[in-house]
Ligand binder design. Structure first.
Ligand code: HEC
Length: 104
């Protein structure tokens, strides 16, 4: 019985050491990103995560809204008046509201 317990303890310790080695080995091989790589990664995240949807003003064409790329990520257009807010639409369990640019 003692031999079985001893073998179990040794196996567990060996497994922990082995797992620790693998996790540390992964950290050592990861090299820092260059500036160009960071810019490319940021561009990828911003593009695939839809940041423009809310943070870029829209131009309203006959085919629907398109991003105003001359004002990319500029937020809600300065000087454009917000529509009136129906306070009955705000509250727990009700819909959320936004403006036509999705930025306010
Ligand atoms: C669904 C709409 C929406 C999307 C999509 C969105 N945001 Fe936002 N973001 C907002 C709103 C609304 C706020 C303002 C929140 C507040 O002030 O409470 C905000 C705030 C921010 C702020 C803080 C700005 C400040 O002055 O404090 C940053 C930075 C930001 N967003 C970056 C991003 C990035 C990066 C992405 C894409 C990965 C993104 N957002 C996608 C709606 C959105």
């Amino acid at each position: 019985m003692r031999k079985i317990i001893f073998a179990g303890v040794i196996t567990t310790l060996f497994s922990i050491v082995l797992l620790f080695q693998f996790s540390c080995a992964g950290e050592k091989t990861a090299k820092p990103l260059s500036q160009g790589e960071m810019i490319a990664l940021g561009k990828y995240i911003v593009t695939t995560s839809g940041c423009d949807d809310c943070h870029t003003p829209k131009i309203f064409t006959e085919n629907g809204p398109v991003f105003d790329t001359t004002r990319r990520f500029s937020g809600y257009p300065q000087g454009e008046v917000l529509p009136a807010i129906d306070m009955n639409m705000i509250g727990p369990g009700k819909w959320s509201m936004t403006d036509k640019h999705l930025g306010a």
